[in-house]
Design a protein around this ligand. Structure first.
Ligand code: DI6
Ligand code: FE
Length: 403
């Protein structure tokens, strides 16, 4: 239950598009009316009289941003890959490990044998770490089940996190993440299952908000990607893509042609791909944790994306293989240090643009009247501190749907 509440004496980075830059209001107030949504945002001295007797939180001139949004995670899985980490440090590459039957498939085995409660408990610990840094919305993908039952179990666990914790969860079906052992050598046969009965079953249970494909040499080709996207379209579901992570298969442009919400990774994206994203309004999601963890050297073409006018979001890609990361603040620090995003771009990337990558712009991502009252209140002197510090958490209070 939410009640009428007002946060006063704060500096606001509303991220609202009609204000420039961060949408700063220097001496601001925010009120919620009990609906869990924002009823007033603006100058403190213009706070309507009706809110002046509400429960008041004096923010002591702290900064308030929208609650942060992690728009690309694989949070629910069994086991971990610390042993593989060791292997890599002894010389094996990510692709070699994947081809040798390690990589994603080893997490699939661990996920299939994990109980529902184990899946929930391990993901819950990771979720808590993200929430402690002000995350109020998170996307969680399947893709470590690769059979109908386990894919649905992953999505159900993700939805359960959303019911039991104070966070908004969006679930993405990623059946086309890797070819499971029982379809070894028959990726097309596996895509028959994914695009057919598997997606239908997950969707029929109401577990799917979007459909994703890992389009890559070690995963699925553009033709197979199309088949999954066509199936998604027939169910009326929006699509996303893992594209141009290790090579350029022109997956981003393909996804843009389906009006995808986002195309993610993008280290090997070219100018045509960047323009296709901008034109379609498909958000470019950069994942610096994976870039860092697999010691990638090809930088995503940030300048091409800027020049094309594409929106850029940043996420953790939290997963056991390529980005065992549960800090969105570290992700924006890396986006600035490794990818040379500006602090302003990086903050947009975990607020307004991250909301767009989830198709949630009407509810989240900015501090505007009518949106969910999801706030992060920070003990900082300027917003750039959020991407500047490394391993330091300046969160003072977190507000989800007004509480
Ligand atoms: N790209 C990635 O970086 C992760 N998945 C994907 O499609 C890797 C997932 C894993 O290695 O477990
Ligand atoms: Fe991913």
């Amino acid at each position: 239950m939410t009640t009428t509440k007002v946060w006063r004496n704060a500096r606001l980075a509303t991220m609202a598009p009609r204000l420039s830059g961060l949408g700063v209001i220097d001496s601001g107030a925010i009120a919620t009316d009990g609906s869990g949504r924002i009823a007033y945002v603006g100058p403190d001295d213009a706070l309507p009289a009706s809110f002046r007797s509400s429960e008041t939180i004096d923010c002591g001139r702290r900064w308030i941003t929208p609650g942060l949004i992690d728009c690309h995670t694989h949070l629910v899985y069994g086991g971990d890959r610390a042993a593989e980490f060791e292997m890599r440090l002894n010389g094996a590459s990510y692709e070699e490990i994947a081809r040798a039957g390690g990589g994603i498939v080893s997490t699939v085995k661990a996920t299939r044998v994990a109980s529902d409660d184990d899946l929930f408990a391990s993901a819950d610990r990771r979720l808590k770490a993200l929430m402690a840094e002000g995350v109020t919305t998170i996307e969680i993908k399947s893709g470590y089940g690769l059979d109908t039952g386990t894919e649905c179990r992953q999505l159900r666990t993700a939805r359960r996190l959303g019911r039991e914790r104070s966070v908004s969860v969006r679930t993405t079906f990623l059946g086309a993440h890797a070819v499971p052992p029982e379809f070894k050598g028959d990726p097309d046969g596996y895509i028959d299952l994914v695009a057919g009965p598997m997606l239908s079953a997950a969707h029929a249970q109401g577990l799917v908000d979007a459909v994703d494909v890992f389009t890559e040499g070690i995963a699925f080709n553009p033709g197979q990607t199309r088949r999954v996207f066509d199936a998604a379209r027939s169910h009326g579901l929006p699509v996303k893509i893992h594209a141009e992570q290790l090579s350029n298969l022109h997956g981003a442009a393909l996804a843009a042609s389906y009006g995808a919400l986002s195309a993610d990774h993008l280290e090997h994206l070219d100018a045509t791909g960047a323009e296709a994203l901008a034109k379609a309004g498909t958000v470019a999601v950069l994942l610096p944790g994976a870039f860092y963890f697999i010691r990638e050297t090809k930088l995503p073409p940030v300048d091409l994306l800027r020049r094309a006018g594409a929106r850029i979001a940043i996420a953790t890609d939290s997963n056991p293989g390529s980005s065992p990361m549960t800090s969105l603040l570290l992700a924006i620090n890396m986006a600035c240090t490794l990818f040379r995003l500006t602090p302003e771009e990086s903050l947009l990337g975990v607020t307004r643009h991250a909301a767009a990558a989830l198709g949630m712009s009407a509810d989240a991502g900015t501090i505007e009247v009518g949106k969910w009252c999801d706030l992060a209140i920070w003990d900082i002197e300027r917003p750039a501190e959020l991407s500047y510090r490394i391993g330091f958490n300046p969160l003072w209070r977190r507000v989800w749907r007004g509480t």
